[in-house]
Design a protein around this ligand. Sequence first.
Ligand code: GTP
Ligand code: MG
Length: 439
Amino acid sequence: MVLDKLRDGLQGAVTSLRKAVVVDKKTVKEYTKDIQKTLISSDVNVELVFALSKNIEERGLLEKPPGALSRGENLIRITYDELVKLLGAGEKIPLNENDRILLVGTQGSGKTTTAAKLARYIKKKGLNPKLICADTFRLAAFDQLRQLSEQINVPFYGSPEGKNSLSIIKNGLKEFKDEGVIIIDSEGRHKMNKELMDEIGRICSEIKPDKTFLVLDATTGQQAGEQAKAFRKHSQVDGVILTKLDGSAKGGGAISACAATGAPVYFVGVGEHVEDFEEFDSERFVSRLIGFGDIEGLLERAQEADLDEETAKRIMSGKFTLNEVYTQIEQVGKMGSMKKIMELMPFQAKIPKEMLDMQEGKMQRWKVIMDSMTGKEMEDPSIIKKDRLGRVAEGSGSKPEEVRELLVYYKKMKKMMKSMGDERKLRRLMKRMGGNIGM
Ligand SMILES: Nc1nc2c(ncn2[C@@H]2O[C@H](COP(=O)(O)OP(=O)(O)OP(=O)(O)O)[C@@H](O)[C@H]2O)c(=O)[nH]1
Ligand SMILES: [Mg+2]
């Protein structure tokens, strides 16, 4: 999952703050200490962390909480503000139909995977992406990108025997008649050396890409900032795509370091698969990290799966019957794993692990069980006592324990949804206060 530790740390700090009966100087100090610890363990530069915590502390103690906000709530609002600042303003980059996009970066940073992810993303936006493999350095590069392009059904050009990346790119552009969004995957070298820089420089001056994205590995933490600096010295870098954010304990460090060098992070890679790719929006991201959820993200996933917003919203709705569980199970299949969806929901830390790890097979069994229930039972499962339970089990060809297990799951889910309803009150309050948080 994305930045587990950072998220758990921040949510932990926010939760203890919200539990505090009085928010005095001491509480504020403890709270900022918690935030500091979390950020530093995520490899955020120490100076940046101190500047941020100082701001939170000062603003938290001096500012009069706006409107009906309590001091603690205001502190959370300030934290959100400051974290968004730390991770960069998060502008969007417009991608156009005839863009030439060049991906650069050191070896193994994720360029080839990202080329395919970006192509898939662009295709979903209704544009017409095409891929060129300009890596003559690594033998398998051609096959790797060709296979990915087939997987996402995007035109591909490359030359397994070619020795000169520049002429491969030129031939590719000719082949594609220079139409569509052309994404060029370049080669990486073990280190960022002069040869690589010269090569990139040559490609840039001849091909004149409209956008050059630097692909950086988030597991390098703060180091990513240094790389961004170095690349920018030698070539034009329009923005950064940060990969491997899923497995990185240092992602916070990587993002903040890029922001500090003025290289905006536009996209993030959050897994090995082509769909594990997101636009980076610091507001939404921070909202997710501190536990306000990412409703937009949830709706996007729903859209990708061709679901209407209503259904997606119902997954989170306060009214929660077995009908919702049923739809939920159906949706989960289409929208991706429960884990990925839950990641977008508020205060997911509260969700019992067994729910996140629930297996597809079991879910399908439960669907069959629910098919044997009456409408009334679906609406109000509490009426399913001994006799009904036996009937449902028999009707669905399952064991009574399985039916019971489903009912226990339902109860837990309902309880959780209810507690999220409480979180929603806070978010609504914050929204009224001008914070752009969550829903
Ligand atoms: N977990 C995770 N793995 C990723 C991500 N992006 C890339 N990878 C993996 O990182 C490894 C290197 O990715 P590539 O796309 O081949 O990297 P590259 O920059 O093209 O490498 P070279 O062409 O050798 O320079 C592969 O095993 C990918 O599956 C990501 O966002 N998350
Ligand atoms: Mg590659």
